[in-house]
Design a protein around this ligand. Structure first.
Ligand SMILES: [Zn+2]
Length: 177
């Protein structure tokens, strides 16, 4: 299985293969697959995917008949919070000892991240684009940001905690696009 990365709002699955060049595919379900030779650095692969942005969006809109760039102002902050807050409220009790005060939620349209955890400010910022993602994927992102209050990086402790609280978190992450 590949590694999931995100650049400019594009999530892609990276597989290292014995290939000569970087290959990018928009699959039938709109997800992105990239195969790359072992020696190519991640930064270069990200740049490659970002440079194909227009092409990817066109290929996707042909598949779905939608243009995600037009969605930017589709939802007000209030609408997003009304949808996201109950998810955060359900997850919060698991973190009461780590965050004695319930973290504040904010929403923003973001290009390169689904969520941000501001540990020092006791705040989580969520991408408005989550409004168009499955609930399972939204729950994954919210839990992911909560886990950052304890594990700031994506190291083994982070993944262990994700797996213990949400055993299917990898499958849920796959739903994000
Ligand atoms: Zn993270």
């Amino acid at each position: 299985m590949g590694q999931y990365r995100m650049i400019d709002g594009l999530t892609y699955e990276l597989t290292r293969k014995k290939v000569k060049n970087l290959n990018l595919r928009v699959r039938w379900d709109g997800t992105l697959g990239v195969s790359a030779p072992k020696r190519v650095p991640l930064r270069e692969i990200d740049r490659f995917v970002a440079s194909k942005r227009e092409w990817i969006l066109k290929a996707r809109s042909r598949l779905t008949g939608e243009n995600p760039e037009e969605d930017r102002d589709k939802y007000t902050d209030e609408a997003c919070l009304a949808f996201f807050q109950p998810v955060s409220d359900r997850i919060y009790p698991l973190f009461r000892e780590i965050c004695p005060e319930k973290p504040q939620l904010r929403v923003r349209w973001m290009k390169s991240r689904w969520g941000v955890c501001h540990v020092g400010k006791n705040r989580i910022t969520l991408n408005k684009r989550l409004m168009d993602q499955p609930l399972e994927a939204l729950e994954y992102v919210v839990l992911h940001e909560y886990v950052h209050f304890l594990h700031p990086n994506h190291q083994s402790g982070f993944h262990q905690m994700m797996a213990s609280l949400m055993p299917d978190y990898k499958a849920r992450r796959k739903l994000l696009r």
